[in-house]
Design a binder for this molecule. Structure first.
Ligand SMILES: C[S@@+](CC[C@H](N)C(=O)[O-])C[C@H]1O[C@@H](n2cnc3c(N)ncnc32)[C@H](O)[C@@H]1O
Length: 258
C-alpha cells in the first residue's frame, strides 16, 4: 500500500474518541442555560461557570485523544500491543474492542493471525459492530476477523480458545460483574496454556482492584505462569492534566503468559 492510499484509509476509518461528543456539548448547553437563568437570579452564575469549565476540560481531553490532536488514544492503545509478546501465529481475542482500532492494528502487524473482537456496544460510546466491520474492510483485514456482541463477564468461548488475548480500557466498565477481578479471570480463562495476554485498565484504582501487588499475586494464584505490570500513567507523553483518576491517571498494563 502506498502512502496516499494509507492516508485515504486513515481518513475513512472511524476509531471514535474515548470522550464522546455529548460529554462536550451537554455540559456546554447546561452551562449556557444557567447563564440565562443567572440574569434573573445572580447566584446561579456559579453553576454556569462550573458547567462551562467542565465543557472546556472535556473538549480539551477530546482533542488530546483525537488523531488530529494529541493522538493520545492511539499512543495508549499501542502500548497494549507492544506488551503482547506474541509470535502472531493463531487466534487473537480483543475484549471490548470498541470500533476495533487495536484488533485491526494487530491483524496488520500479524499477517497470519485470525482475530475475534467482542464488545457489548451501546452505552455511552458511539462504537458499533457495523463500524468495526467497515473499518476492517477499509483496512483490508475483513477476511481474518469476526466481531461478536458479548459481555466480557461471560465470554462465549471454550476454555483455552485463544493464543493471545488483549483488552484496552474495558474491564472497569463491565457493569454485569460486581467484582472486576472476575473479569480479568474470565479473560484469562480463554487464553491457551502458554498463550499470551496484555490488558490495560485503571488497575491502580484501589476502590476497584485493591492494591496492585495483591492483584498481581491473586492472578499468579490462578495458575498464571508469568505476570508483569507497567504503570502506563507514568509515561511523560500523557499530559498531567489528563492524569486525573477519572481520566487516565490510574492506568496500567497487566501482561504475561499463561
Ligand atoms: C473506553 S472504551 C475502549 C474501546 C477500545 N478497547 C479502544 O481501545 O478504543 C470501553 C469499551 O468497553 C465496552 N464495554 C463496556 N461494557 C462491556 C462489557 N460488559 N463487555 C464487553 N465490552 C464492554 C464499551 O462498549 C466500549 O467499547
Amino acid at each position: 500500500m502506498d502512502e496516499t492510499e494509507e492516508n485515504m484509509n486513515k481518513k475513512d476509518t472511524n476509531y471514535g474518541n474515548w470522550v464522546p461528543n455529548k460529554y462536550v456539548y451537554i455540559p456546554g448547553l447546561i452551562g449556557m442555560l444557567f447563564v440565562v437563568v443567572s440574569y434573573f437570579y445572580y447566584p446561579v452564575i456559579i453553576l454556569a461557570i462550573i458547567f462551562l469549565m467542565i465543557t472546556m476540560y472535556t473538549s480539551y481531553a477530546r482533542a488530546q485523544f483525537a488523531p488530529e490532536g494529541g493522538d493520545l488514544q492511539v499512543k495508549i492503545q499501542n502500548l497494549v500491543l507492544d506488551e503482547l509478546k506474541w509470535d502472531g501465529d493463531g487466534k487473537l481475542l480483543d475484549i471490548g474492542c470498541g470500533n476495533a482500532p487495536l484488533t485491526i492494528k494487530a491483524l496488520k502487524q500479524y499477517p497470519h493471525a485470525y482475530a475475534t473482537g467482542i464488545d457489548y456496544w451501546g452505552g455511552m460510546w458511539d462504537f458499533s459492530k457495523d463500524v468495526c466491520e467497515k473499518n476492517a474492510e477499509i483496512e483490508g483485514v475483513e477476511n481474518r476477523v469476526t466481531f461478536l456482541k458479548a459481555s466480557a463477564s461471560d465470554l462465549p468461548f471454550e476454555d483455552e480458545s485463544f493464543d493471545a488475548v488483549m483488552s484496552n480500557m474495558v474491564f472497569h466498565e463491565v457493569k454485569d460483574s460486581a467484582d472486576k477481578k472476575m473479569v480479568i479471570k474470565e479473560a484469562l480463562r480463554v487464553v491457551k496454556k502458554g498463550g499470551v495476554f496484555s490488558f490495560q485498565d485503571i488497575f491502580e484504582e484501589k476502590r476497584i482492584y485493591g492494591n496492585i501487588d495483591d492483584l498481581l499475586d491473586t492472578i499468579m494464584d490462578w495458575g498464571i505462569e508469568e505476570v508483569n505490570f507497567i504503570h502506563t500513567s507514568d509515561y511523560d507523553f500523557i499530559p498531567r492534566s489528563l492524569k486525573l483518576p477519572f481520566m487516565v491517571g490510574n492506568i496500567g498494563i497487566i501482561h504475561g503468559r499463561k
